[in-house]
Design a protein around this ligand. Structure first.
Ligand code: GAR
Length: 199
């Protein structure tokens, strides 16, 4: 049985697309069952729908100052899709410890830095400001801390003297598109059905 994958996005969804493209191959151990965004204007929603993947929106702006209710709605949508794995792919909302506990061991995230360096935002600017000679991206299991959790894969690259945050971001994104599908494939293949109770 292929593992069921839900992908959470907030924006253009280029990482989502890389995951969908890889899962479209015949021997893949996982299949996409839902692409969900907190932003109705996410370009990624149309791109997923064009590939025949179910989409949903839980707009965080409908839950002003109430993360618990936003996450309850998110949880309801996800529960309907019964995912074995949830991939955060440019999903720009912080998930509470309670939410993460409900899906413990099932949530993967891609982050544009060599974690544990530079958790949070503006990673390219911060890598340059720190004088780093290398930069990279990380796929990790999500735990209850910001951009924390066991690291499943990393890809690194040299920083050139004339790099800007923009050139770094563009070059790194290409690496993200290779790393995330590779890690998801390995993770899905290694999963045991009984080790991941569904809630
Ligand atoms: C990617 O660079 C991803 O690593 C980053 O957002 C971008 C999303 O691009 N994620 C984070 O910063 C999460 N904290 P995409 O929508 O084209 O995949």
């Amino acid at each position: 049985m292929r593992k069921r994958v839900a992908i959470l996005i907030s924006g253009g969804g280029s990482n989502m697309l890389a995951l969908l493209n890889d899962m479209a191959t015949e021997d893949h151990p996982a299949e996409p069952v839902l692409v969900l965004s907190n932003n109705p204007d996410s370009g990624g929603l149309a791109r997923a729908a064009a590939r025949g993947v179910a989409t949903a929106v839980v707009d965080h702006r409908n839950f002003p100052k109430n993360r618990a209710n936003f996450e309850a709605a998110l949880h309801t949508e996800l529960s309907r899709a019964k995912p074995d794995i949830i991939c955060l792919a440019g999903f720009m909302r912080i998930l509470s410890p309670e939410f993460v506990r409900n899906w413990a061991g099932k949530i993967l995230n891609i982050h544009p830095s060599i974690l544990p360096l530079f958790p949070g935002l503006h990673t390219h600017e911060r890598a340059l400001a720190a004088g780093m000679a290398v930069h990279g991206c990380t796929v990790h299991l999500v735990d209850e801390t910001l951009d924390g959790g066991p690291i499943l894969g990393q890809s690194t690259m040299d920083i050139d003297p004339d790099d800007t945050p923009e050139t770094l971001a563009a070059r790194l994104l290409k690496r993200e598109h290779m790393l995330y599908p590779q890690v998801l494939r390995e993770f899905a293949a290694g999963l045991s059905g009984t080790a991941f109770p569904t809630k």
